[in-house]
Design a protein around this ligand. Structure first.
Ligand code: PXP
Length: 240
């Protein structure tokens, strides 16, 4: 079966809108696991616009909660990761003024730092993943850097599917990348902009072993409840 990671950043977005404590990201994290999520993803952004340091502190202390920390490739973030020891780290690019993570990492530009971080985290047995665009060149680099996994940025294909535009070429690109990454012994994950439709489509690529989904799950939960939304995604992933 394929794993579902639930990104709860936007529970924190709603909490922060009021500057108070409610709703509680740790509660959403616990519930998501109870309802069948395989892991919880949080992105501690440098500007702390949603998840805060205290959320990481609390959530990383919950027992039996597989935690995937998304973070930028900086020495400050590395220090934080080594302090709270999440099970997994996914290194992502970050720009201050972007609404969300707009694309994959620039592996060439950040080579030294990314390699350094992977090395440090691997020594602490923290699984490392690199958030990249569907690109064979980047997959080769990810392998060369010592990453355990790649997470393919699915923003482009998600947008095409949502807008009913021909997605065939993008699908083939993602598929070829997933096959190539698996041949190099890299675990293949997918994330960004995923909804039921694009996730169903991507399940035709058996190499993808983990989906990390945030905004759509939290948005749908307002209408249908977190439990039902997770259940529906699990059903989609089981029948791959
Ligand atoms: N995976 C990664 C690496 C991300 O940075 C994000 C958030 O941008 C997601 C998955 C989840 O994306 P979304 O909220 O669009 O589902």
């Amino acid at each position: 079966m394929t794993n579902l990671g639930v990104n709860i950043d936007h529970i924190a977005t709603i909490r922060n809108a009021r500057g108070e404590d409610h709703p509680y990201p740790y509660q959403a994290a616990k519930n998501a696991i109870k309802y069948g999520a395989n892991s919880i993803t949080i992105h501690l952004r440098e500007d702390r616009r949603h998840i805060k340091d205290n959320d990481l502190k609390i959530i990383s202390s919950i027992k039996n909660l597989p935690l995937n920390l998304e973070m930028a490739a900086t020495s400050r973030m590395l220090k934080i990761a080594l302090k709270y020891k999440p099970n997994y780290v996914c290194i992502v690019p970050e720009k201050r003024r972007e609404i969300t993570t707009e694309g994959g990492l620039n592996l060439i530009k950040n080579k030294k730092m990314i390699k350094f971080i992977i090395n440090k985290l691997n020594k602490k047995k923290i699984r490392t993943s690199l958030f990249i665009n569907p690109s064979i060149k980047d997959i080769k680099l990810a392998k060369n850097f010592g990453a355990n996994c790649i997470e393919i940025h699915t923003g482009t294909i998600s947008n095409l599917v949502k807008r009913n535009i021909n997605f065939k070429n993008e699908f083939i690109k993602v598929k070829k990348c997933a096959e190539f990454a698996e041949s190099l012994n890299l675990e293949v994950h997918a994330g960004h902009g995923l909804d039921y439709k694009t996730t169903s489509l991507l399940t035709r690529i058996p190499q993808i072993s983990e989906y990390n989904i945030g905004h759509f799950i939290i948005g749908e939960s307002i209408e249908y409840g977190l439990k039902n939304v997770i259940k529906k995604f699990k059903k989609i992933l089981k029948y791959k």
